[in-house]
Design a protein around this ligand. Structure first.
Ligand code: ADP
Ligand code: MG
Length: 257
């Protein structure tokens, strides 16, 4: 179980203090798939970085299974079982996909086992296993490889920041399947996904809405989805929450809510 207690995060910008996360408290219970959604710029990725230890909160505390991890480094948190897939994955020149998956598991995984993780994210394993994780990979490929490494890691808490970003429609179907499978085998772990996708919201146990750095809502899917979507889609809900600029980015300048 992950607990955030009164987490705030601010940065100094042009001599001013900019508050990005404002007094957020939440619990991600064991064996639940929790989705965080909300408008662009609302602080979702920042919150994910705070959980992974990439940023340290200005105020508040973070607990993993009751242990205070607020001052722990990224590496320590990774060792404690926090797996993380970035919104914009990092490229590793000189490292092969196989190495990356082996690094994630922390053991000398057989090639066939590593390939299974790639297949799970819809990549033909034999075409990718020896590839270098460099700029020759497309954004979508890189994203899927990163998701495969998080699957391989079998974390206590797996965090995915907008896993759908840069993924084509066909792969998206697979991605939903990946999360559905993870949900089925969730025993002893929890999953936190940041997403705007209705199909991901639909498989959530709980949904959190973050806006302007504040937690607006946290409840079961059945409680929160109707608030987001009325009778239509999460897209409409996102519009209502002020995500129009982001939706235009995704769907083109002509997009109207
Ligand atoms: N290190 C930083 N310095 C300055 N501004 C930041 C920093 N990190 C995030 N922000 C700003 O904080 C806000 C929230 O960003 P982010 O967490 O990426 O939101 P989301 O993932 O919900 O779109 C944005 O306005 C972003 O520009
Ligand atoms: Mg983000």
């Amino acid at each position: 179980m992950l607990e955030l207690k009164n987490i705030s995060f601010s940065v100094r910008e042009d001599g001013m203090t900019k508050e990005i996360i404002r007094n957020v408290s939440m619990t991600i219970p064991d064996e639940k798939l929790v989705v965080i959604t909300g408008p662009n710029g609302g602080g979702k990725s920042t919150l994910a970085r705070l959980i992974a230890g990439i940023e340290k909160p200005t105020e508040g505390k973070i607990f993993l299974n009751g242990e205070d991890i607020t001052e722990k480094s990224i590496t320590e948190r990774a060792r404690m079982g926090i797996g993380f897939a970035f919104q914009q994955p990092v490229r590793f020149k000189g490292i092969q996909v196989l190495d990356l998956i082996r690094l994630a598991t922390g053991k000398h995984l057989a090639v066939a086992d590593a390939c299974e993780y790639l297949s799970a994210v819809g990549l033909c394993a034999k075409d990718y296993i020896d590839r270098e994780v460099n700029s020759s990979l497309s954004g979508g490929e890189l994203k899927r490889i990163e998701i495969a490494t998080v699957l391989a890691k079998a974390s206590v808490l797996s965090v995915f920041d907008e896993p759908e970003a840069g993924i084509d429609l066909w792969s998206f179907q697979n991605l939903i399947q990946v999360f559905e499978d993870m949900r089925k085998h969730i025993a002893g772990s929890s999953i936190l996904v940041i997403s705007h996708q209705e199909r991901i919201l639909n498989i959530a146990d709980e949904i959190i809405v973050l806006k302007d750095g504040q937690l607006i809502t946290h409840g079961s899917r059945d409680e929160v989805l109707p608030q987001l979507s009325g009778d239509t889609t999460a897209v409409a809900g996102c519009c209502r929450l002020g995500g129009l600029a982001e939706l235009r980015e995704l769907k083109g300048e002509d997009f109207r809510c």
